[in-house]
Ligand binder design. Structure first.
Ligand code: BES
Ligand code: MN
Ligand code: ZN
Length: 501
């Protein structure tokens, strides 16, 4: 889908559909909605009066113009209650009207700037949210479906504004929205791929594609090099699979004169069977998505490289399968991580923290700071927070607050979990420095405490996306399947961490 910003009057636009809006409780719409109502001889007012159009959030009412307007269809998008209006609601309703109009075979859609009028939102931010919402909401993963789609794609989105002086700001916002949404869709694509199409080598390949497209620095360590680095924990997980592990280091240098760089670390188990502590059928079903964190950190760099903030960022991804092959890790084995700490493997299904231990340890050794890791780490986090909030943990409240804010601006909710010392007791091993599971109770927290041992004194935040990386129903701009969660948080964080030009 292409997006164009044009100056004009929505009532005279030639398109398959035009989109206006309504806040809940408004009986006599003004502005663009009022003008369209007038052209329709008061149909919108009449439908509000009889209770059909309510303006409830994400309600899309379709009216056929029957020749009264150049556009065949008028969609009235509900914005909900005005005091509760947010940018995220613009993203959400934009996704909803795009999908509703796609079902009605609309190829060319024109919309007013939602939030621009009485909503009181800056034009640039509003345009960003509209384009982001539309591109995210129209996402489909059809790569492996050979039959013709029932619905045709929306080809063009026109954002129509009366006041021509606002056009540059709207265009700026649109472009930013597109870059961020397309990066999120890239992460969704990789995460939706089944494990036979997204092996550790495939992850290295897509990182290579990004490096080439956006001129990023890339280093990929193979098994021998990983061994030479001393990453015994990562290698332990990889040893049960025939797929070779890949340690991916992708760097964006937007501030080349500075020696500092942030580290984004992503969990990338391209399939998590549980290993010898094998998962049940139900629990294993979605484990192709256990590389969502790795996909998020890599594709965030794609957006960052296009937005060009003055900051250096390196994404680190330790990619492997977790399989119960004949050479697999056994319960009770002891591994040595890159920082010299020994780990007793009490559960081979707690593999993510083993790979992250070495990825974080490597990041510390390279001097990246602060560190943000993103991981589908624990079922316990899914149970605690459902699929609404990701869990956030860390050793620096200042950094945690900054990441929560970056997430809130993106509409990605993060809920801070406790990190009291007492939880560490549960990870104590009798025969090694630490064990890789603290048991069921507080499982998301003990996992985070485990990781903290490998971040050391470096300011660090851990985001557990086990509950939020996948959706089983459509909701606003989130569609079925992989959500691409955290990409937009990381991009905002990069922008917020940049030096002024
Ligand atoms: N990849 C899983 C966590 C997960 C569960 C992600 C559900 C997405 C949806 C992780 O590797 C895992 O298996 N964790 C175990 C840890 C336990 C053995 C200590 C878990 O959560 O059960
Ligand atoms: Mn596991
Ligand atoms: Zn896992």
């Amino acid at each position: 889908m292409q997006t164009k910003v044009i100056a004009g009057d929505i009532t005279s636009i030639e398109a398959d559909a035009i989109v206006v809006n309504l806040f809940e409780g408004v009986e006599h719409p003004g502005g663009a909605t009022g003008a369209v109502d007038k052209a329709l001889d008061g149909t919108i007012t009449a439908l509000i009066a009889n209770g059909e159009i309510k303006g409830k959030l994400n309600q899309i009412n379709i009216i056929h113009s029957l020749g009264k307007l150049p556009a065949r269809i008028v969609a009235v998008a509900g914005l909900g209650k005005q005091p509760e209006f947010t940018l995220d609601r613009i993203r959400s309703v934009s996704a909803e009207f795009c999908r509703a109009l796609r079902k009605l075979s609309c190829r060319r859609i024109a919309t007013i700037v939602h939030g621009g009028g009485i909503g009181g939102i800056e034009p640039e931010l509003a345009a960003q949210a509209i384009n982001e919402g539309c591109i995210l909401g129209l996402y489909k993963f059809r790569k492996h479906v050979t039959k013709e789609p029932e619905e045709q794609d929306v080809e063009e989105l026109l954002i129509v504004e009366r006041d021509a002086t606002k056009l540059p700001a709207l265009e700026q916002g649109c472009l930013k929205g597109r870059i961020i949404a397309e990066a999120t869709n890239l992460a969704r694509d990789w995460t939706n791929e089944p494990a036979n199409y997204m092996t550790p080598s495939d992850m290295a390949r897509v990182a290579q594609e990004l490096a080439k497209a956006y001129n990023l620095d890339l280093t990929i360590l193979d098994r021998d090099q990983i061994e030479r680095e001393g990453m015994g924990a990562f290698l332990g997980v990889a040893q049960g699979s025939r797929q070779p592990p890949k340690f991916i280091v992708l760097s964006y240098r937007g501030n080349p004169t500075s020696p500092k760089a942030l580290g984004f670390v992503g969990k990338a188990i391209t399939f998590d069977s549980g290993g010898l502590d094998i998962k049940s059928t139900e629990a294993m079903a979605d484990m192709k998505g256990d590389m969502a964190g790795g996909a998020a950190v890599l594709s965030a760099l794609a957006a960052i490289a296009q937005l060009k903030p003055k900051v250096n960022i390196t994404a680190i991804v330790a990619a492997t399968e977790n399989l119960p092959g004949g050479t697999a890790l056994k319960p009770g084995d002891i591994l040595k991580a890159i920082n010299g700490k020994t780990i007793e493997v009490v559960n081979t299904d707690a593999e993510g923290r083993l790979t992250l231990a070495d990825a974080l340890g490597y990041a510390v050794k390279q001097g990246f700071s602060p560190l943000i890791d993103v991981a589908t780490l624990t079922g316990a986090c899914h149970i605690a927070l459902g699929d609404i909030c990701s869990g956030i943990f860390g050793n620096s409240q200042e950094l945690i607050d900054k990441v929560i804010k970056a997430g809130a601006d993106a509409g990605e909710r993060l809920w801070q979990m406790p990190m009291h010392e007492e939880y560490k007791e549960l990870n104590k091993s009798d025969i090694a420095d630490i064990k890789n599971s603290g048991g069921r109770w507080g499982g998301a927290i003990t996992a985070a405490q485990f990781l903290s041992e490998f971040a050391g004194d470096t300011p660090w935040v851990h985001i557990d996306i086990a509950g939020t990386a996948r959706n089983d129903k459509e909701r606003g701009y989130s569609v079925k399947g992989a959500t691409g969660v955290s990409v937009r948080t990381l991009v905002n964080l990069a922008l917020a961490s940049a030096e002024p030009e």
